[in-house]
Design a protein around this ligand. Structure first.
Ligand SMILES: Nc1nc2c(ncn2[C@@H]2O[C@H](COP(=O)(O)OP(=O)(O)OP(=O)(O)O)[C@@H](O)[C@H]2O)c(=O)[nH]1
Ligand SMILES: [Mg+2]
Length: 193
């Protein structure tokens, strides 16, 4: 399949299983995180569009990888959220197969953004994913979301908390889509993952 990345960011296609993953020569970055953490919202923010990636108040419904162009040279992937309490077992297994298949096929070239809710910090599901990233040697950046819900002191403590747990060398961007904090920084890092 020929993928052309130019003009404005646009939706490309959705992929439901790892064997239908497209091949291409662009940088690929993917947004991971718990349901409702703000993945689709942040993709819309970096793309400067309101409804490119679908956002919702009912988490955990879609189990598709959604691909978008991010001109001049990147592809963005919106990965289905995890950790939604009522998800049926079959859907959970499907998600795991999709995720592992995706990471296996992309391991050498992918940069991941792991979104964490600033109020909740790292949870067991996030830790599981970090281990999978490490297993496949996927480089990743922590993206703290919805920081508008914290006061300034709490915002400062966030970086320290992450550094305490993962060392100073890890990559962290603190963001709020609502107050447009950290969005340009994130955008720049997508150009140069
Ligand atoms: N206050 C605040 N709310 C936000 C922010 N970003 C997203 N939200 C809200 O959080 C909710 C979930 O956002 P989504 O972008 O749909 O989250 P998601 O991670 O894509 O969720 P799933 O696709 O279900 O996994 C929506 O109601 C958003 O409006 C933010 O920076 N600040
Ligand atoms: Mg979403």
């Amino acid at each position: 399949m020929d993928i052309v990345v130019k003009g404005q960011p646009q939706f490309l296609f959705s992929v439901a299983d790892a064997c239908s993953l497209p091949d291409h020569d662009y940088n690929e970055v993917a947004f991971f995180g718990a349901s409702n953490v703000g993945k689709s919202s942040i993709i819309n923010a970096v793309c400067n569009q309101k409804n490119l990636a679908k956002t919702s108040k009912t988490p955990g419904r879609t189990q598709l990888l959604n691909f978008f162009t991010f001109p001049p040279g990147s592809i963005i992937v919106d990965v289905p959220g995890y950790g939604f309490a009522d998800i049926p077992d079959e859907a959970r297994r499907h998600w795991q197969r999709l995720l592992v298949g995706y990471l296996e096929s992309r391991s050498a070239r992918l940069h991941a953004y792991l979104l964490l809710d600033s109020r909740r910090f790292i949870r067991p599901n996030d830790m599981d994913l970090i281990r999978i990233f490490q297993q496949y040697e996927i480089s990743f950046t922590f993206v703290m979301t919805k920081v508008d819900k914290l006061n300034k002191t709490e915002q400062k403590e966030l970086k320290e908390k992450i550094a305490e747990q993962f060392g100073n060398s890890c990559d962290v961007v603190i963001t709020s889509v609502k107050d447009r904090i950290g969005i340009d920084e994130l955008k720049q890092s997508i150009y140069r993952p």
